[in-house]
Design a binder for this molecule. Structure first.
Ligand code: TLP
Length: 345
């Protein structure tokens, strides 16, 4: 049976070039700073993001955690979206492990935080309040249709942060998707951020890893924090090598994933029983809402899986489909046909 796996771009397998680079990677002990392949990846990543230094971490979750623990002490407050990955899907790690106080603000459908709300949420100096330290933004915004945050919006948030002496962390798990969708560089998108995390293991197809980028001083501290959470790796150049291929060879093709996502959206937009917000499909995510009252997302996902089309239920009446390098235009037409049929049946 033809399988079209749209559950996530995390399912991407390494390319042949990645496997070759991994086999041939020069390695050393990274805790001593002696792995040349990791050092090269960190330097390349920092250059791409317009920052002074980079730090290779095991995952996006670890990268976000390390950044929050580095920016904030116990009892400090973080302003972040109520639909952000850091708030919803990282086990509340910064609170659990770091005593950091999360203050969730309503995300707008395009992934932004309303600027007036953001500024109003910043605490004045008062013995009763936690100290607001950090703003966390997500770009692209996973739960908000994979929307990219624009440089103009980033600049507005940067102005607020500067006025109040706050720092900004960007969960840029898919920042290269955002850059491709907006036709700007990732460094432009990250210019207001004090720290930015991006993932090598999603649309860029590396098997493992994310990179945190920031100032030399911030990364020095973040390296200590990474060790604290058990993330100091040794001859991890064997996985960083794939990350180098991801950065050099896999960014330019992300626009194909975006075209495919749009194609699937268009293919099912008119389907009775479903609703898809077409203008919101700007990157590689399609959120499908079920409007038929007798069909749940679990039921529909199950029907689709029987036909080889795999999607992720993200709510009782919502499914997510994500495009990536294993998905072709023809897969999109096939998946659209299967989805239309399953909703009817
Ligand atoms: N997202 C995954 C799963 O958590 C569902 C996905 O399939 O989308 N930030 C953002 C915006 C993310 O989407 C993710 C992963 C992470 C951080 C965490 O990255 P990992 O999985 O590497 O810890």
């Amino acid at each position: 049976m033809r399988i079209v796996d749209l559950r996530s771009d995390t399912i991407t397998r390494p390319t042949p070039a990645m496997r070759r680079a991994m086999a041939e990677a020069e390695v050393g002990d990274d805790v001593f700073g002696e792995d040349p392949t990791i050092n090269r990846l960190e330097e390349m990543a920092a250059n791409r993001l317009g920052k002074e230094a980079g730090l290779f971490v095991a995952s996006g979750t670890m990268g976000n955690l390390v950044c929050l623990l580095t920016h904030c002490g116990r009892g400090d407050e973080v302003l972040l979206g109520d639909a952000s990955h850091t708030f919803l899907y990282e086990q509340g790690g910064s609170a659990g492990l770091g005593g950091i106080h999360p203050r969730p603000l309503g995300n707008q459908p395009d992934g932004t935080l309303e600027l007036d709300h953001l500024e109003a949420a910043i605490r004045p100096d008062n013995i009763h309040f936690p100290r607001t330290r950090l703003i966390v933004l997500e770009n692209t915004h996973n739960r908000c249709s994979g929307s990219p945050l624009t440089p103009d919006y980033m600049k507005d948030v940067g102005d607020i942060a500067r006025r109040h002496g706050l720092r900004i962390h960007v969960d840029g798990a898919r920042i290269f998707n955002a850059a491709a969708a907006l036709g700007v560089t990732a460094s432009h998108l990250a210019s207001e951020a004090d720290s930015v995390m991006f993932c090598l293991s999603k649309g860029l197809a590396a098997p493992v890893g994310s990179v945190v980028c920031g100032s030399r001083d911030f990364i020095k501290e973040a390296r200590r924090t990474r060790k604290l959470v058990g993330g100091g790796m040794r001859q991890a150049g064997v996985i960083a090598a794939a990350g180098i291929v991801a950065l050099t060879e896999m960014i330019d093709r992300l626009k194909d994933d975006h075209e495919n996502a749009r194609r699937l959206g268009e293919g099912i937009a008119e389907t009775k029983g479903l609703s898809v917000d077409l203008p919101r499909i700007q990157t590689n995510m399609i959120y499908i809402n079920i409007t038929r009252s007798d069909l749940s997302s679990a039921d529909l996902a199950h029907r689709l899986a029987r036909e080889g089309v795999l999607v992720l239920p993200t709510g009782p009446r919502q499914l997510r489909a994500v495009t990536h390098r294993h998905i072709t235009r023809e897969d999109m037409d096939h998946a659209a046909r299967v989805i239309r049929q399953a909703v009817k049946g």
